[in-house]
Design a protein around this ligand. Structure first.
Ligand code: GLU
Length: 315
């Protein structure tokens, strides 16, 4: 690996429990794409919410057991409060932030309206005047709640470089264009929103290649736009297929043995795990992370299809 500073790939798990096979496969792919392109590889623990004590340590140990290596230090989002506050202050200064008083229910109902992009925030609180804001703030306070903060987006869509899911563009790259709405920057409970944290942290870790599950594809234009607003470099993206259960839902504990520890208890070796990750993507049955990194190319990932079903053995 190269000493920083240098572009980096990354894996950014949420420590809500042990990684399952789908998470492990995504981490292997991210590591493969970073090392193939002579990038560093960094880890970020996204521990702003949904934290299970001890989960981060188990996740890191599982990644290391598979043979994934990374440049220290591991970043923990709970240690990044000052950086988030500074970015938020800058956006506020530029009048790019407003308070949002909507409940989750109101947003869901409004974003299903016939106009506007599905799931996008329709801007209900964007243009309230001072009196309306004061009334709504007081109503929220009476319920013991505080407003969220949203970005006053200046565009409604944004184009990203997307290596896997994008369509071939003029230059060598591939593009994906997606909706940008007024994303939450700070939640009503005071926690910095994932979409803001991820942008600040990727830049701080010199990440210029974001590889992650394709459930986050539609978040990428929002994040890339926010990076551009903050004058941060915008990474290129590689959104990769998910691993699901036989019913097509994301893997969970009730599906059987899905974590490294559970699979090992069922007699799987680490090499079996890597082999499953490779063959599920249509790659040769390699049995080490290094061999996986040699064959898991962008070209192979483009033809891998997905999502891919894992029939978990009974624990
Ligand atoms: N922490 C997120 C997750 O585990 C991933 C975020 C990202 O890769 O941008 O789902």
């Amino acid at each position: 690996m190269h000493p920083l500073p240098h572009g980096a790939g990354r894996y950014a798990p949420s420590p809500s429990g042990p990684l399952h096979l789908g998470n492990l496969r995504t981490a292997l792919i991210a590591w493969a794409l970073a090392t193939q392109s002579q990038r560093n590889f960094v880890i970020r623990v996204e521990d702003l919410d949904r934290v299970r004590p001890g989960a981060a340590a188990t996740q890191l140990a599982d990644l290391a057991a598979l043979g994934i290596t990374w440049n220290p230090p591991v970043m923990y989002q709970t240690e990044r409060t000052d950086a988030y506050a500074a970015a938020l202050a800058e956006l506020r200064e530029r009048n790019l932030v407003y308070e949002c008083y909507c409940s989750r229910k109101e947003i869901q109902a409004a974003s299903r309206a016939p106009h506007g992009a599905p799931g996008a925030y329709p801007g209900t609180c964007r243009n309230l005047d001072a009196t309306q804001r004061a009334t709504r703030r007081a109503a929220l306070a009476a319920q013991g709640r505080r407003p969220a903060l949203r970005l006053r987006a200046q565009v409604s869509s944004w184009t990203i470089w997307e290596t896997i899911c994008g369509v071939p563009a003029k230059a060598a790259g591939r593009e994906f264009r997606g909706t940008v709405d007024d994303i939450v920057l700070r939640r009503g409970d005071g926690v910095i929103a994932y979409n803001l944290a991820v942008v600040i942290d990727d830049a701080a870790q010199q990440v210029d290649q974001v590889t992650r599950g394709d459930d986050l594809l539609t978040s990428a234009p929002r994040q890339s736009y926010l990076a551009a607003l903050l004058n941060l470099p915008t990474p290129s993206y590689a959104h990769v297929p998910l691993v699901v259960n036989a019913a097509g839902a994301r893997l969970a504990k009730r599906d059987g043995a899905v974590t490294l520890a559970e699979l090992r208890a069922c007699g799987w070796h680490l090499s079996d795990v890597i082999s499953w990750c490779a063959t599920s993507l249509g790659l040769p049955s390699v049995r080490t992370a290094a061999a996986f990194a040699e064959c898991c190319t962008v070209a192979a990932l483009r033809t891998a299809g997905g999502p891919h079903i894992f029939n978990a053995p009974a624990p």
